[in-house]
Design a protein around this ligand. Structure first.
Ligand SMILES: [Zn+2]
Length: 448
């Protein structure tokens, strides 16, 4: 998963400032076989005082981001190192299981919940392996740290500190510890340790272009980091609304094809528990692959048919046999991500897209013509009553751009957001957190 501290995940339920105004959404019915949701990571492994032996000689120190250790007679291999704040405990748990020397540390990608403890394991003679795109990923995430931290805080309010209240440089150094891998790979890297064969495989993926997986060919065990995202199975998070570079569908499909060909009997993601059973794994990988390909191909076809992006966001849905959890991503966001990943942000809709004057610049004119922000709020409220919260929000955006403190417009906005939250089914973490954040700020504006 992605993001730097973003990956420190937190509970949805305690945004107290909006708790009294919002109903608890109903959970979507089709979500997940495992029953896991992204928010559950927040306390994953808290109750354990030991690393779990998930297979003979393979230990998992559970936390927001799991850390793993494969024990061999010639030394041990670490796969991922957890969040900075949890890494020390995870190292202790793993060393309690086996205190042999660590020879290799494999970092599955550059998100902080996977790399945060690397410095603790690093030392003379330790080979630290990462993807050749890792260095660039680490750099851009750090360069944009204040930007991403502000956004991540919307989605993970209990885990991400308020960067604007900290000395920024200090905060960034603390939250984004960086290191230099000793080996960067662009192709599969094979090594053997104590009679165990390891293959470190590039698997550019749903969580970025620097993803690698670790394959134990003799045991049919595949460590996948975040190659799928935090849930399994799930629709891939190819576009994340908190930001980060585009993730492309075709490399992800190739990654899944590669994994299917390995025929793993056990998958060990760096979030939640391992998945066991060759047949179940094969079916789920195939479904994720086919669902991604379906949305990709439907988007391409729609673009070629001359359909605009909003039409495709509404039209493209997974057929029943390919449905997957959208707990961490949504099909319409992916449609737009595919569109803009290929064609960029200029949609040929309006000349004004090419210039720096937004529609809100004429909001005062529209409000004036309508007879005031209150009149627009009244019309917006009719949309809410008729079950059209998005049309209502378009109108309240206009009213509030011209009159940010207009109570009627704020109240309608709150009602429209409430409808959207109910409709969300409590399925998608980012959507729910965004809507709650918007409800909170709207409520605060109403209280002023
Ligand atoms: Zn992650």
């Amino acid at each position: 998963m992605r993001p730097v501290l973003a990956l420190a995940l937190s509970s949805l339920c305690t945004l107290t400032s909006c708790a009294s105004r919002q109903p608890e959404p109903q959970r979507a019915k089709h979500i997940l076989r495992s029953g896991q949701q992204t928010r559950n990571l927040d306390h994953f492994g808290d109750d354990l005082d030991h690393a779990v032996e998930i297979a003979e000689g393979i230990f998992q120190a559970r936390a927001v981001g799991n850390a793993h250790m494969i024990v061999t007679s010639a030394g041990n291999v670490i796969v991922d190192t957890g969040l900075p704040k949890e890494a020390k405990r995870q190292k202790q748990l793993l060393q309690k299981a086996n205190d042999g020397p660590v020879k290799y540390v494999v970092i599955t990608h550059g998100h902080m919940d996977h790399v945060g403890g690397t410095k603790q394991w690093n030392g003379d003679g330790v080979e630290v392996i990462a993807h050749e795109n890792f260095v660039d990923t680490q750099r851009y995430l750090k360069d944009l740290a204040p930007f991403f931290l502000r956004r991540n805080r919307v989605f993970y309010p209990h885990s991400v500190p308020d960067v604007d209240r900290m000395l920024t440089r200090l905060a960034v150094e603390m939250l984004y510890p960086t290191f230099e891998p000793t080996r960067l790979i662009g192709e599969t890297f094979r090594f053997e340790l104590g009679g165990t064969r390891f293959e470190v495989i590039p698997t550019p993926s749903a969580e970025g272009e620097d993803s690698i997986s670790v394959w134990l060919p003799d045991r049919k065990i595949l460590f996948t980091g975040d190659a799928f995202g935090p849930l399994f199975p799930m629709f891939p998070n190819l576009y994340t609304i908190r930001g980060e570079k585009f993730r492309f569908a075709l490399p992800y499909i190739q990654t899944l094809d590669r994994m299917i060909a390995l025929e793993p009997e056990m998958i060990v993601p760096s979030h939640f528990e391992p998945i066991r059973g060759a047949e179940r794994i094969r079916k789920d990988l195939q479904r994720m692959r086919d669902a991604t390909a379906y949305v990709h191909d439907a988007t391409i076809a729609g673009m070629n048919d001359g359909k605009d992006v909003h039409t495709l966001m509404r039209e493209i849905q997974l057929p029943k046999h390919l449905r997957l959890s959208e707990g961490h991503s949504k099909v319409p966001w992916t449609v737009r991500g595919i569109w803009e990943g290929y064609a960029g942000w200029f949609h040929f809709r309006s000349t004004t897209e090419l210039y720096g004057v937004p529609a809100s610049a004429v909001a005062p004119d529209l409000v004036d013509l309508a007879g005031g922000a209150g009149a627009i709020a009244t019309r917006a409220d009719r949309h809410v009553a008729a079950g059209r919260p998005l049309e209502a929000l378009h109108l309240t955006d206009i009213a509030l751009a011209a009159a940010p403190e207009n109570k009627a417009a704020l109240q309608v906005r709150l009602r429209a957001l409430t409808v959207l939250l109910e409709r969300s089914g409590d399925e998608n973490h980012s959507e729910v957190m965004w809507l709650r954040h918007q409800m909170t700020t709207t409520g605060e504006a109403l209280d002023r």
